[in-house]
Design a protein around this ligand. Structure first.
Ligand code: UDP
Length: 478
């Protein structure tokens, strides 16, 4: 039912797997819980692999539209933020036409929601006179950090692109601070090309009518309160927390998924550590070697989604495998020695089925925010091995604020060595004192997440509030 009696929301996705997955889930909820019609808009540029789209499980009631490809040949691909800014600038006329078309044919346009990498698209919402919202696929801590940097820059009265007195530690809310070494990658070094661009993006956020952030109140309580106050004082747009936006697993797993699940079925309850680093994350060759040794030394069962190592940090003479077969990079004999207790899969595991499986006891993770929320929702404690993006910051939240993860210390060069990995895995699986605490916290947070998602829960109410505003704005509700 996408007829004109339903208010229509247009959701603009970013072409990143970890951003699209929770946005698709938001779309589903708007349709199924709040009687919206939704169009999810993606880009032809940088399109996603088919298994990602299929794993999002879009309900038939969510329509999709694809923005035509635009020429990006002149933009260096390495500067991802520049790519995104130019992509949205060049696509703006197409987006405008698409949204106009929707409002002409598919009923009253209620809102335009844009991924947080595309605040420039809020201009289109303003032009069309509809509420413009920003979707943050990661957490409130990230939004707080962005906001803090914007303020600091403003206080120092610096021209765009310049930054001095870069703080070692920033305070984000009462009792919540973050050290520079744990900042998201582009913020660690203010001299990076992307930094001024990011500040500009944050300034564009101020045009938003509101934010939808993939978190829930009990996950980041101090920040929820800080943003509530900021909205009350009209210092920042209102922030809503409808998470965890975790996709449901498909009724029937794909053929390739069966191997993983059948293997898990054969393992004892609470005996397996699931090892995965997200949709794109790969380890350096050295970190791979340490992980292999750590898993072997731990003596525990594991299910590992293995990727071809990231060789950018290695000498050009690194040998041992090829681009097509991630397993060829693993040390000689490892798979044979661990054959009875370990399973290595390549490419893609059905993570939303693996985590709640009774055999799964812990998740050794890069702390991508979707992985994090999926783990919390399943009550699975984590071993944090953050790689890039905002993952170190997420690891801090998980270890220090929420208490659902152990974070084995890294060496100066960032590598976590085998002993630390083995110790953390054993601590969680063999009932050490710290491990017991973290497991208990994981159980508590699972309950909190479930509570937030009940009809009267905070997350459900947050989306209800937004939905009501949107319906009012397009005259569908008085
Ligand atoms: N994922 C999966 N199978 C895999 C790897 C990843 O299903 O083998 C899913 C995972 O469940 C999560 C998403 O891909 O929903 C990864 O998002 P996350 O934010 O954790 O990390 P990112 O990919 O953005 O680094």
């Amino acid at each position: 039912n996408t007829g004109s009696e339903r208010p229509h929301a247009v959701l603009l996705a970013s072409p990143l797997t970890g951003h699209l997955i929770p946005l698709a889930e938001l779309a589903r909820r708007l349709v199924e819980h709040h009687s919206f019609a939704v169009t999810l808009v993606t880009f032809s540029n940088l399109s996603l692999p088919a298994h990602v789209l299929s794993s999002c499980l879009l309900p038939p009631s969510v329509a999709t539209a694809v923005l035509p490809s635009v020429d990006m040949g002149d933009i260096p691909a390495a500067d991802i933020f520049q790519v995104f800014l130019e992509l949205i600038r060049r696509s703006a006329p197409n987006l405008r036409a698409l949204v106009r078309g929707i409002s002409a044919t598919a009923g009253p346009l209620a809102a335009l929601v844009v991924d947080f990498f595309f605040p420039e698209a809020l201009l289109v919402a303003a032009e069309l006179g509809v509420p413009g919202y920003v979707f943050v696929p990661t957490n409130l801590t990230m939004l707080a950090l962005e906001r803090r940097f914007m303020e600091l820059h403003h206080v120092h009265g610096l021209p765009p692109g310049e930054y001095r007195d870069f703080p070692e530690v920033v305070e984000l809310a009462e009792g919540v601070s973050m050290r520079r070494e744990d900042f998201p990658v582009p913020y660690r070094d203010p001299n990076r090309l992307a930094f001024p661009q990011l500040l500009e993006d944050t300034r564009r956020y101020l045009r938003a009518d509101g934010f939808l952030v993939n978190t829930f109140d009990k996950m980041e309580p101090a920040l929820v309160e800080a943003f509530r106050l900021a909205a009350e004082q009209r210092a920042f747009p209102p922030v809503f927390t409808p998470g965890p936006l975790v996709r449901r697993s498909k009724p029937e797993p794909d053929v390739g998924d069966q191997d993983c699940l059948e293997w898990l079925d054969r393992q004892p309850t609470g005996s397996v550590v699931y090892v995965s680093f997200g949709s794109g994350g790969s380890l350096s060759l050295e970190q791979t070697t340490e992980l292999v040794a750590g898993l072997e030394d731990s003596g525990q069962r594991f299910l590992w989604v293995v990727r071809v190592p990231d060789l950018t940090a290695e000498s050009e003479t690194a040998t041992g495998g090829n681009d097509d077969d991630p397993l060829a990079w693993l040390p000689e004999g490892f798979l044979e020695r661990t054959a009875g207790r370990g399973l290595a899969v390549t490419a893609w595991a059905p993570q939303v089925r693996v985590l709640p499986h009774p055999a799964t006891a812990a998740f050794l993770s890069h702390c991508g925010w979707n992985s994090t929320l999926e783990s919390v929702q399943s009550g699975v404690p984590m071993v944090a091995l953050p790689l890039g993006a905002e993952q170190r910051m997420n690891a801090v939240i998980l270890e220090r604020e929420v208490g659902v993860a152990l974070r084995p210390p890294a060496r100066e060069d960032g590598v976590v060595v085998r002993d630390e990995i083995a110790a953390a895995v054993k601590e969680l699986l063999m009932d050490g004192e710290k491990g017991r605490f973290v497991r208990r916290r994981a159980g508590d947070m699972q309950q909190e997440a479930a509570r937030a998602s009940l009809p009267e829960g905070s997350s459900r109410r947050a989306l209800e509030e937004v939905a009501t505003k949107w319906k009012l704005a397009c005259g569908m509700e008085k």
